[in-house]
Design a protein around this ligand. Structure first.
Ligand SMILES: [Mg+2]
Length: 150
């Protein structure tokens, strides 16, 4: 099973940090363009534990679209992976503006369209939706799928 996992608002708390940054300084209109923004994002509850478990069972890639107005995001996303997982996992990082180009079984993403999610030929797991509100729900679902395939 090949599984792709989005970063912003799936692995890391992008929206919460964005909102907080605007509260602190509303003059910075695009906090995501500030150096350090992506590296400082907090992991979402359960994200690290569940993804590490997935890594032992599935072929896991991190698939994230870049914030092209902030060229530092490419580096910071790579550094974030090493900070919260390990160096080895940085080899699984894919930064692509079009997620529909990837071939695989599952894509875990908080958006169902806009960055090629609508063209993904595998199954889209809509993170944050009623069916998959958090990592425990995604864990349960994919663990069941895994049992069915082996
Ligand atoms: Mg996202």
């Amino acid at each position: 099973m090949r599984v792709y996992i989005d970063m912003d608002d799936v692995l890391c708390a992008f929206t919460a940090a964005h909102r907080k940054a605007l509260e602190i300084n509303s003059e910075i209109r695009y906090p995501q363009s500030v150096e350090g923004f992506f590296l400082m994002l907090e992991p979402l509850p359960g994200a690290i534990e569940v993804v590490n478990e997935f890594r032992s069972k599935f072929e896991v890639y991190i698939l994230t679209a870049p914030s092209t107005r902030n060229p530092l995001c490419y580096t910071e996303k790579r550094l974030w992976i090493e900070k919260h997982f390990d160096y080895e996992f940085t080899n699984q990082l894919i930064i692509s503006p079009n997620k529909g180009l990837m071939i695989g079984d599952y894509l875990i993403d908080d958006h169902i369209e806009g960055r090629g999610q609508e063209d993904f030929t595998g199954e889209l797991i809509h993170f944050g939706s009623e069916d998959y509100p958090d990592w425990q729900c995604v864990r349960t679902y994919l663990a069941q799928k895994f049992t069915e395939t082996v």
